[in-house]
Design a protein around this ligand. Structure first.
Ligand code: MN
Length: 466
């Protein structure tokens, strides 16, 4: 009986008569305005067609959009090539897979079929959700038993603050990029940028979105920092701020020209069906570097093994914020602040002239709240910002006692003035200040009081590096 059926099958031309079993399908990769995949199923003498922006899901947990498009003629089973500009679907089309399928169900709003292709294999459901929008769902377990679905949100791992580790050989060292921490997801040419609290930065940085084209059909999750560089090539958080709060796409496009950003990539969290987060840092870096992600809007700077002191010194000379030490054997733990990652900051020191003070608020109302600091420039005292941290109860009491007798009515600052409500003093006291950098407008960023410098003459307080 089995034999006779085999002979019968051999005689029948299933392709020609579109028999219910063993109908043909094709999946075309279509590089049109937007990259997508066209799934076409032979049915009733035509090809019932769906456009899949994110391709064929490999895992039951990855339901994907399938947009029902118009039926195509059977010739499309073989079609590959260029669709000319101006024509519908202009772009390049290539066959991603073809084969046969058996449909258990083929209705206007639901198709259940088992595919036998080279790449598309297994049982799938397609069902309509709204108008032409359908979902495609894999019903079988993944073909590859180790396949892990791609996550769609990850909280980045954080570093602790600290000093350089003693055993530098156990660590890799990276420059600390002063930008916005951003996790990048790219799946079949669809890219999204996610901030620390899952905020969506995707529309904000179009120059990074271009990376999706380079990654193509790969499925990748990266960790990195969106950075704006200054004219000397140093990361500048100040410059980046002009890109952070733009309301419209056109404003983004305009600002992109004078203040471009770069996505600086330093970790790989997922690649093509596998989470890489349990790998050691040095192994993740090896896989990441093999991807060779270097472009106009993104790059993957090398890390430095066991050379922390040297890198810290180099960043200090360049005026960069600091470095991050990462244990070579450290896995990636999303959302955690771990001791395997240590941020080591460079600080700058500056002696400033105290030209006034503002009263404190709340518990500190009896003392000063902040010092009005200045530096000497061509014999003039120039305002350099408020210093409101670094005090203890006793330094506050001491400063109040020192400053009270120096009160004067008018401002000792020449040019730019401190905020209203500042109580001015004779510019006689010098304070040592720790700070991060000078802003473009000549203000100390993140300044902190270290102590008074009675040994120093106010006239000698000129601006130092940083
Ligand atoms: Mn298409």
């Amino acid at each position: 009986m089995a034999d006779r059926l085999g002979a019968y099958r051999a005689k029948r031309d299933f392709d020609a008569t579109a028999e219910p079993s063993g109908r043909r399908f094709v999946v075309q990769e279509h590089h049109a305005r937007r990259l997508h995949w066209d799934l076409r199923l032979e049915h009733g003498g035509v090809l019932v067609s769906f456009a899949l922006p994110r391709g064929i899901p490999a895992h039951p947990a990855e339901n994907r959009l399938a947009v029902h498009t118009e039926d195509h003629p059977l010739e499309y089973l073989e079609f590959e090539g260029e669709i000319p500009k101006g024509e519908y679907g202009a772009g390049t089309m290539s066959v991603w897979d073809r084969g046969t399928f058996e449909a258990e169900k083929f209705r206007d709003d639901e198709v259940i079929a088992t595919f036998h292709g080279e790449r598309l294999r297994g049982r799938y459901a397609l069902f309509r959700t709204r108008d032409d929008d359908w979902l495609i769902h894999r019903m079988d377990p993944p073909e590859d038993p180790g396949y892990e679905p791609m996550p769609d949100r990850i909280k980045p791992m954080l570093a602790r603050s600290g000093d350089l580790p003693r055993d530098e050989d156990a660590y890799g060292f990276e420059v600390k990029w002063d930008g916005i921490r951003t996790v990048l997801f790219s799946d079949h040419g669809h890219l999204s940028l996610q901030g620390r609290n899952f905020s969506d930065f995707t529309p904000r940085y179009p120059e990074v979105r271009e990376l999706a084209r380079e990654l193509g059909a790969r499925r990748v999750v990266l960790d990195g920092e969106v950075v704006a560089f200054d004219d000397e090539g140093r990361p500048s958080f100040e410059r980046l701020q002009s890109r952070m709060h733009l309301a419209s796409d056109s404003a983004v496009r305009r600002r992109m020209r004078d203040t471009p950003v770069t996505y600086v990539i330093f970790d790989l969290l997922y690649l093509d069906g596998r989470s890489t987060m349990s790998l050691r840092y040095e192994d993740r870096r090896q896989v990441l570097e093999a991807l060779e992600l270097e472009g106009l809007g993104w790059r993957t700077p090398a890390y430095h093994r066991g050379e922390g002191s040297a890198l810290l010194r180099a960043t200090r000379e360049l005026g960069i914020e600091g470095i991050v030490a990462k244990r070579l054997d450290c896995p990636y733990e999303p959302g955690k602040r771990v001791s395997g990652w240590i941020k080591v900051k460079n600080v700058c020191l500056q002696d400033v002239v105290i030209g006034g003070w503002t009263p404190g608020e709340g518990a500190r109302s009896r003392h000063l709240g902040a010092l009005a600091a200045g530096v000497m420039e061509d014999g003039r005292l120039v305002y350099a910002g408020k210093v409101g941290t670094g005090f203890t109860e006793s330094t506050l009491a001491m400063l109040t006692k020192e400053l009270e007798p120096l009160r004067r009515a008018d401002s000792p600052f020449d040019g730019r003035q401190p905020p209203k409500g500042t109580i001015f003093v004779e510019p006689r006291l010098v304070a040592s200040i720790e700070f991060r950098e000078w802003t473009k407008s000549g203000t100390l960023r993140a300044p902190s009081f270290k102590g008074l410098r009675p040994d120093k003459d106010p006239q000698d307080c000129v601006r130092e590096g940083g």
